[in-house]
Design a protein around this ligand. Sequence first.
Ligand code: ADP
Ligand code: TZP
Ligand code: MG
Length: 276
Amino acid sequence: MAEQEGINPWGSKSWTYLSSLRQQSPLIQCITNLVSMDLMANTLLAAGASPAMVHSVREIPEFTPHTQAVLINVGTLTPDWLPAMKAAAGVANVYGKPWVLDPAAVGASSFRLNACLELIELQPTVIRGNGSEIISLSTASIGSTKGADSLHESSDAADAAKALAKSSGSIVAVSGSVDMVTDGERVVGACNGVPMMQKITASGCAVTALIAAFVALDPANAFEATAAALSVFGLAGEIGMGMANGPASLRMHLIDSLHGLDEESVVHGVNIPSIS
Ligand SMILES: Nc1ncnc2c1ncn2[C@@H]1O[C@H](COP(=O)(O)OP(=O)(O)O)[C@@H](O)[C@H]1O
Ligand SMILES: Cc1ncsc1CCOP(=O)(O)O
Ligand SMILES: [Mg+2]
């Protein structure tokens, strides 16, 4: 990817991902919680991808091979859903497709924690959670919980994220005021977004699906694709916030803004400071 002198390379990189997404429209299989399905599917469509909420274990052997990436989110996990999640991750691995794990509310119970640890054995390409979720996973303990919301800032989870990336081999992303992405060695912080995005339920789930879509385009560079997806989503939130009166209208304007993002806004709006 060409880098112009004086211009933050993340801006043009992010635009390349977004414009490729619009051209290629990858099929993203989402096995996700009942709260997030609508926002997740609309986020993927607005960005240019093609979502499919296909979660029956009976359909996975036929359907998953056609997808370009799989998203697995345990937000409303029950014992009947886990076999489908494991089957989809397994098929993705066999067919060399990336898959992304969202450990939503992993600290809620030992059932959910153990399910996530079993899924991590199946080598997700990326794991994206909030600070509390990444700390729970990294320490394999449930501790105190606020369900799907975070008790921690993303910076509180910096060491946990690095340790989890090293132990799992996955790229780990922690969302918050700064979205942190690490492969265990490299770390970048994506600074786009507005605090009110936390007041839209499933905004975290939606950005994890967008990560799956970006990674589908460039599985060999999942670190870069993850940071770009987080920034692009945050930028859509910033632009949407300019038209919003509260969380409900932000939800609508964020989706509209994601759909309408142009090269100028992305190249100049993506805020991922280079770390020297
Ligand atoms: N304080 C904040 N300032 C700006 N953006 C934020 C802030 N907190 C969360 N976000 C953004 O909101 C989205 C959801 O993140 P988060 O609320 O951490 O996830 P979750 O819903 O899984 O807890 C992400 O795109 C993140 O960057
Ligand atoms: C409220 C809730 N409860 C279980 S899953 C879920 C949605 C959480 O979505 P997010 O973590 O993206 O805010
Ligand atoms: Mg949330």
